[in-house]
Design a protein around this ligand. Structure first.
Ligand SMILES: Nc1ncnc2c1ncn2[C@@H]1O[C@H](COP(=O)(O)OP(=O)(O)OP(=O)(O)O)[C@@H](O)[C@H]1O
Ligand SMILES: [Mg+2]
Length: 256
């Protein structure tokens, strides 16, 4: 069953049609890439799915239920959790404090009674227990007492994913988690993302750089100028003429 259904979603900003009727579905347990050149509508799509923006038309369904009219924190409590393009960690707090803070969104979920089968992470008796498990799982335990701002860029990115885990996602959306990282950091963060999927968490990954998503994603949806232009495996999309044109066309426009 599809955990996420994006159904003909469109978004206008005044005269600009930023997203022009995009549809795609993500089956449970998949790592899906959402790629496209600069300004193609990736982040807007993310905002529309996570409730930070309302679609002009179309619908988004998470676990079969429309997110229409729901606020971002209500959607997050249901298990659809996102990170932001620029990391949203508390720089002066320690790594452990950041992860502990992340639990606050989840704490409000008690009354919501999510179906246990949809809880992908182990159950814990306390926030402290859960925090320790997440620190260990994300290989951050050794840095638990370090101020977040002291971490290298790659580890800050891992920390932002760790804080999202505290919200107990069933679908985790990551906006450019590999951007600005060096090759070693990229492969380490990509490895972490793959291990989350192995834990049963469905992942939607936005990346500008096609190459860095190829290794982790099972299926890739490509958008350009707010429209879906391709969907397939890494091999399929990289050999797709429309995708090549979208990326090469953008480069020549930048060069001009
Ligand atoms: N709040 C807004 N108001 C007006 N226009 C916007 C707004 N947000 C985005 N846009 C425009 O919508 C289009 C899509 O932007 P978006 O940020 O979704 O692209 P993106 O694919 O995430 O790009 P990047 O790779 O640079 O992150 C762009 O033309 C952008 O200028
Ligand atoms: Mg963006």
């Amino acid at each position: 069953m599809a955990i996420l259904e994006v159904d003909n979603v469109a978004k206008r900003f005044g005269k600009l049609a930023a997203v022009k009727g995009i549809s795609f579905e993500i089956p449970e347990g998949q790592i899906r890439g959402l790629i496209g050149p600069n300004g193609s509508g990736k982040t807007t799509m993310f905002h529309l799915i996570s409730g930070f923006l309302r679609p002009t038309s179309g619908d988004v369904r998470f676990q079969g239920h429309s997110v229409k009219g729901k606020r971002p924190h209500q959607i997050a409590k249901r298990g659809l959790v996102r990170t932001f393009q620029l990391t949203s960690i508390y720089r002066e707090m320690t790594v452990r404090e950041n992860v502990t803070m992340g639990h606050h969104v989840h704490a409000g979920r008690r009354g919501a009674r999510p179906r246990p089968s949809l809880e992908k992470l182990p159950q814990f008796g306390s926030v402290d227990e859960s925090t320790e498990w997440i620190l260990d799982f994300m290989a951050l335990s050794d840095e638990a007492e370090t101020a977040a701002r002291m971490l290298p860029a790659g580890m800050q990115r891992v920390l932002s994913i760790a804080t999202a885990l505290a919200v107990r996602p069933t679908l985790l959306m990551l906006d450019e988690p590999l951007a600005g990282l060096n090759p070693t950091e990229k492969s380490s963060v990509a490895q972490k993302i793959a291990s989350l999927r192995d834990h049963g968490i469905t992942i939607l990954l936005v990346e500008h750089d096609v190459r860095s998503v190829l290794s982790v994603c099972e299926l890739i949806t490509v958008i350009d100028f707010g429209e879906k232009i391709a969907e397939g495996t890494a091999d399929e999309v990289t050999s797709n003429p429309a995708v090549i044109e979208a990326y090469l066309g953008k480069h020549s426009r930048h060069d001009a």
